[in-house]
Design a protein around this ligand. Structure first.
Ligand SMILES: Cc1cc2nc3c(=O)[nH]c(=O)nc-3n(C[C@H](O)[C@H](O)[C@H](O)COP(=O)(O)O)c2cc1C
Length: 220
């Protein structure tokens, strides 16, 4: 797979995990891809906690189910009906969770490039996650990002010390297939915006930049 194929095939996975555990060789490769990401000041502020203990996965899944219910209760009836059938996690089915963290103290006090924009540290962790996601896609593995959790719960669950912050729980595992269309689009929650709406020339909001439609990347 070249990089455009991987970008086009990548999907957030919840329903398609096979139930098999990812093998250590591919797990190492995708973690290596994550660790090869760019980072502000070359701080590499991420860590990855691989979680495969079934009782830990079950405890986290229970917590996520509660957070899902909390969110559902905030929705107006029409959105609640759309949300109902949407699965928001594949924690136990994937068999592997990768907890991705950000250590704001890594690199010391004088971080080249973070002195004016503190957020660049967390953004660097986001790039590591995208590297992992694309590499997993190239390995025919699925990834599902779960953010339906309360930070203190996950921090305690896997023993994350201060000042390290939790950024994500990623479900990772073999899949039967990757959907061509995102779940949230298929279930009518929200679709992709056209590329032409988000690319501007010279000033924000201008719409005179001719662009190819994103469907060139999407698998048919
Ligand atoms: C920061 C972040 C948090 C997300 N959290 C969740 C989540 O908790 N549950 C879920 O089902 N999907 C989650 N997703 C996946 C998005 O819903 C998904 O990326 C989006 O619908 C587009 O689909 P695609 O990734 O398949 O293109 C998250 C994605 C990101 C980037």
């Amino acid at each position: 797979m070249d990089v455009y194929e991987s970008i086009g095939a990548r999907r957030d996975v919840r329903n398609e995990f096979t139930g098999e555990i990812v093998d250590e060789v591919r797990l190492n490769r995708v973690l290596g891809a994550a660790h090869a990401a760019p980072s502000v000041g070359n701080t590499q502020p991420w860590d990855f906690v691989v979680v495969q203990n079934p009782s830990t996965l079950a405890r986290f899944a229970g917590h996520v189910a509660e957070c899902r219910e909390d969110f559902a209760r905030t929705l107006p009836p029409d959105r609640a009906a759309t949300f109902g059938p949407i699965v928001v996690e594949g924690i136990e089915r994937s068999g592997t969770g990768v907890v991705v963290t950000f250590d704001p103290s890594r690199g010391g006090r004088h971080i080249l490039g973070r002195h004016t924009i503190d957020e660049t540290g967390r953004l660097s962790v986001g790039l590591a996650i995208e590297n992992l996601w694309l590499a997993a896609t190239a390995e025919c593995l699925g990834v599902g990002w779960v953010s339906f959790y309360r930070e203190p719960f996950l921090r305690e669950l896997v023993g994350i010390p201060a000042p390290v912050e939790v950024v994500a729980w990623l479900c990772l595992g073999p899949v039967t297939a990757l959907q061509a269309v995102p779940d949230l689009e298929r279930f009518g929650w929200r679709g992709r915006r056209p590329l032409a709406d988000v690319v501007h020339r010279e000033s924000f909001g201008s719409d005179d930049f001719p662009v190819e439609d994103r469907s060139t990347l999407r698998r048919q």
